[in-house]
Design a protein around this ligand. Structure first.
Ligand SMILES: Cc1ncc(COP(=O)(O)O)c(C=O)c1O
Length: 300
């Protein structure tokens, strides 16, 4: 695939969170990527917009994979709908619950939904491609979570513009923290922030993976942008995962309420809620040096 990088001009607000700052004892700012509205909104919307903009010829069938909580699949669904394409997806069970394919087809506006255990995802995707080709259609397989070069480049761009936003608002960013799933958002932020005049540390808070599984795709995505991260720049929090992706345990729920009450936001517990849990538990990686701020990327 020929990839042309088309920068996205949408700059979302950077907002102070004074009550949260009082509670944690250092300045906190919210980078409101949840206010990005294209392609289903939030970080996955931005990644999908970047992918769509990079293509010369739009697909006739969008094929992808995710959980039933996947914002990425919602975003692909919006794209397919706008492009007049079909959406065929593989959905994997989450948190012990096996979704009903018929219901998901309706919920996602999909033509085809295959429910597959993780070990069978590849086979499911292949069969969707084979079916599309047999119908004479032009399919595009989008990697789960929007883990692709244009999406990662979009977050490098966000980070580059964030430096300007911080300068304009007199914010000295010491930490930039975001939820990390497939790792493309973290990788893009890492590459962009590494180009700042005074780089902050970029921290990913895991939404489901353990560090050993999470770091290789982050490194891979950074390498798409020609950046090989130093091991010391890879900050990853997987301390509070509990049983893993999609499980909402007591402290996570309490952290969402705490952060919601202090910021006025409704916090999504599957993704950004993980970051607020790390703040709630005072994780040291999220604590900036004195005089510096922590920037929470609210991804959706
Ligand atoms: C709202 C939201 N934030 C963050 C993430 C993680 O982003 P990434 O897959 O780029 O690590 C996801 C998806 O996993 C998401 O839906």
């Amino acid at each position: 695939m020929m990839v042309e990088l088309v920068p996205d001009d949408v700059v979302t607000p950077l907002e102070p969170a004074p009550k949260l700052a009082d509670a944690v004892g250092f300045p906190v700012f919210l980078k409101r990527e949840d206010l990005y509205t294209g392609f289903g909104g939030g970080s996955k919307g931005r990644k999908t917009a970047a992918l769509a903009a990079s293509l010369r010829i739009p697909p006739e069938v969008v094929i992808s994979v995710g959980s039933m909580h996947s914002n990425h699949l919602r975003s692909c669904s919006t794209w397919a709908h706008e492009a007049g394409a079909h959406l065929d997806v593989v959905v994997h069970p989450t948190a012990g619950s096996v979704p009903d394919a018929r219901h998901l087809r309706d919920a996602l506006g999909a033509r085809e939904v295959l429910v597959r255990e993780p070990a069978k995802i590849r086979e499911g995707l292949n069969s969707l491609v084979t079916q599309a080709l047999a119908r004479g259609e032009r399919p595009l397989v989008v990697q789960g979570g929007g883990h692709h070069l244009p999406g990662t480049a979009a977050y490098r761009e966000v980070a580059l513009r964030l430096e300007r936003q911080c300068a304009d608002q007199g914010v000295r960013a010491g930490v930039v923290v975001a939820p990390s799933g497939t790792g493309g958002t973290q990788a893009g932020l890492l590459v962009g922030v590494s180009q700042w005049t005074s780089p902050a540390s970029v921290v990913g808070v895991s939404v489901g993976r353990r560090r050993e599984n999470a770091l290789p795709p982050i490194i891979e995505a950074a390498s798409w942008l020609g950046h090989i991260p130093d091991q010391r720049s890879l900050h990853f929090v997987d301390d509070y995962l509990g049983p893993g992706y999609g499980f909402i345990e007591r402290t996570l729920a309490a952290a969402c309420r705490w952060a919601g009450d202090l910021t006025g936001l409704r916090i999504d517990p599957v993704y950004t809620g993980r970051v607020f849990e790390a703040l709630y538990r005072a994780h040291p990686l999220l604590t900036p040096h004195p005089g510096q701020a922590c920037i929470v990327v609210v991804t959706g």
